[in-house]
Design a protein around this ligand. Structure first.
Ligand code: FBP
Ligand code: MG
Ligand code: MG
Length: 349
């Protein structure tokens, strides 16, 4: 009979990777796991409780917030407040960062950036959605943590992860020492180690992009899509196309099967759509830790300077060989000057 290792056991066991650890990060990961179970419970019976549909409010990005966006946001923030290891929360659903001002967290040193519910457009149609989290250590040593503590580059992350609420519910995370995946066993209410030491294949035959925006893509992306569709047995082409509209679901598939996920700049949004702090950076950390690659078509995602909480970035992420190929097309057909022309005049080829 195989013994399953729970997330809690694994976290404690891995604490030895950090000689000076006092257990704060372990407790923080525990708190995120608890919130994930609570949100999972609501998602599993979403059609039976009043949690589907619009909440009637919009977030700082002008997106209509879904009831489940707000519910997930509340649950994760409450778990972090209760746990006492987090001093600042940055959330897609809150314009400003939230300073956790409670007795239990007065000495807290961790900052958590959250996309409480990723793939909002899929909530009401029962397609896989997720939660994305990114963890930093505060830089300032005294007083209240500040915006500067919140605006750190992706390379400064001490941990990141996601939860996918799909055919099964999984939590996948890294602390910079590889990537591990845990599947929720509802019968014991525990995340159990199911995908130890995840490695992304160096190449694959799946490309993932919203081709509905094709006319607004830079030439480099248009040419790369054509490259994916050409018949060439030697290079395993044509690739197949998969796009769910949930970043977590598309990247979980990419992590397991290989492939490339691209959300490029478009003529209407020259910085792309996805948010650097709580979508691109955490997923880039995981994919790099699994042996993959993540850039904005030119520069490594984790090296991009963070100037704003809700800053957007284009993203090319997945199997190293496929991301490098896409970057080659960007350099050849949409060199950095591409940016200038977009700011100047919109020229759809
Ligand atoms: O519909 P589009 O433009 O292809 O965008 C889909 C992308 O937007 C997102 O839904 C944005 O995330 P949120 O749902 O958290 O706002 C991603 O999950 C997904 O990859
Ligand atoms: Mg999202
Ligand atoms: Mg979201």
């Amino acid at each position: 009979m195989s013994i399953v290792k729970t997330l809690g056991q694994f976290i404690i066991e891995r604490q030895k990777d950090f000689p000076f650890a006092k257990g704060e990060l372990s407790r923080l990961l525990r708190d995120l796991g608890i919130a994930a179970k609570i949100v999972n419970r609501a998602i599993n019976k979403a059609g039976l409780i009043d949690i589907l549909g619009e909440a009637g409010s919009t977030n700082v990005q002008g997106e209509h917030q879904k009831k489940l966006d707000l519910y997930a946001n509340e649950q994760f923030i409450a778990a972090l407040q209760c746990g006492g290891e987090c001093c600042i929360v940055i959330s897609e659903e809150n314009d400003e960062y939230i300073y956790i001002d409670s007795e239990v967290s007065k000495d807290a040193k961790y900052i958590v950036a959250l996309d409480p519910l990723d793939g909002s457009s899929n909530i009401d149609v029962n397609v896989g959605v997720g939660t994305i989290f990114s963890i930093y250590r505060r830089k300032s040593l005294t007083g209240h943590a500040t915006l500067n503590d919140a605006l750190q580059k992706g390379t400064e992350q001490v941990a990141s992860g996601y939860i996918i609420y799909g055919s099964s519910t999984m939590l996948v995370y890294t602390t910079g020492k590889g990537v591990n995946g845990f599947t929720l066993d509802p019968s014991i209410g525990e995340f159990c180690l199911s995908h130890p030491d995840l490695k992304i294949p160096n190449s694959g035959n799946i490309y993932s992009i919203n081709e509905g925006n094709y006319n607004y893509f830079p030439d480099g992306v248009k040419k790369y899509i054509k490259y994916c569709q050409v018949e060439d047995k030697l290079t395993n082409r044509p690739y197949t196309s998969r796009y769910t509209g949930s970043m977590v679901a598309d990247l979980h598939r990419t992590l397991i099967k290989g492939g490339v996920f691209i959300y490029p700049p478009t003529s209407g949004a020259n910085k792309g759509k996805l948010r650097l702090v709580y979508e691109c950076n955490p997923m880039a950390f995981i994919v790099e830790q699994a042996g993959g690659r993540a850039s904005n078509g030119y520069n490594r995602i984790l090296d991009i300077e963070v100037e704003e909480l809700h800053q957007r970035s284009a993203i090319f992420i997945g199997s190293t060989d496929m991301v490098k190929k896409a970057e080659e097309f960007m350099l050849s057909f949409s060199p950095q000057t591409f940016k200038k022309s977009f700011e100047g005049k919109i020229s759809i080829q």
